[in-house]
Write a protein that binds this ligand. Structure first.
Ligand code: ASP
Length: 280
């Protein structure tokens, strides 16, 4: 049993030492809680649980800490994929929901598994998901300063459970200050992908991740026999040719945990019950 989580990017130039420490502490706490949860739950349930904890922490650009789009509105996207069934479900540009990942998870049982905009919100309301329409003051300040944060803080989790099943979930408030209607990578197979061989969650500039098909490519390469490390190296070398800004976390079927980023530090933590690793 293993888990790895990420909370987007950290760059010394635009975040303080206090925020760095706060993120390290938060990632430690969430990864420990998540590992505990995994003892009695499937990988699929566990990744949703982990991402909901990250969505509930205003330090990250997802759930309640989501960035504001150019028209002053928060729209969030999230997806979950079960490696065993190879089914993905998600919500795109959903508004006023506390935990988009739980709406995404609920959609796994539907015929229509990826919903956008008003339809996603209507589904969430009909299914009793918690409403949430408050934005955090820090995001309003960033918005008023017309700061495009370049998408730093998307969250994700990959887990392998006691039966060797893999799953992944990813959730984001988007890039910040984007054109309404813009589609993030997080609820696509480029940003979030899993099968029996490997599971991957990405963060970074969604346009780069989609152009590179990052998560789907890494998983496909591992499925076809490449090692996790080689699959990451090849995919990130391809990302470099478009000067892509991205990071990814992964676990393969043998329980190997891996992560890589193309630019400053991706904020991540992994835990297997004994070894805790995080960004420095
Ligand atoms: N990938 C997200 C997006 O482009 C942003 C991020 O990862 O921070 O919507």
């Amino acid at each position: 049993m293993k888990i790895i989580i990420h909370g987007g990017f950290f760059s010394e130039s635009d975040q303080s030492h206090e925020i760095k420490t706060a993120k390290q502490n938060s990632l430690r706490e969430i990864s420990e809680k998540t590992f505990q949860y995994l003892q009695t739950h499937s990988a699929f349930d566990t990744v949703a649980y982990a991402v909901s904890l990250l969505e509930d922490d205003p330090l990250y650009n997802a759930g309640i800490g989501s960035q504001i789009q150019s028209d002053g509105v928060i729209r969030m996207s999230a997806a979950i994929m079960n490696g065993e069934t190879q089914k993905l479900s998600g919500v795109i540009n959903i508004q006023e929901v506390k935990n988009p990942v739980f709406v995404a998870k609920s959609l796994i049982g539907e015929d229509d598994r990826v919903l956008g905009g008003n339809g996603a919100k209507r589904y969430a309301t009909e299914h009793g998901f918690e409403n949430f329409s408050t934005e955090i003051p820090q995001r309003r300040k960033e918005y008023e300063a017309k700061l495009n944060n370049g998408g730093k803080g998307t969250v994700g989790c990959v887990a392998i459970d006691k039966d060797g099943k893999l799953a992944v979930a990813t959730s984001t408030g988007g890039k910040g200050f984007e054109i309404p209607g813009r589609i993030s990578d997080s609820a696509t197979v480029a940003g979030n992908y899993a099968n029996d061989f490997c599971a991957v969650s990405c963060t970074g500039v969604g346009e780069d991740i989609v152009s590179n098909a990052t998560a789907a490519k890494i998983v496909t390469r591992v499925t076809d026999g490449m090692s996790l490390e080689a699959a990451f190296n090849k995919t990130f070398a391809e990302l470099k040719t478009i000067d892509g800004f991205a990071g990814a976390i992964a676990i393969d079927k043998n329980g190997k945990v891996y992560h890589k980023d193309s630019y400053p530090t991706m904020v991540f933590a992994s835990f297997d019950g004994e070894i805790f690793e995080t960004f420095s």
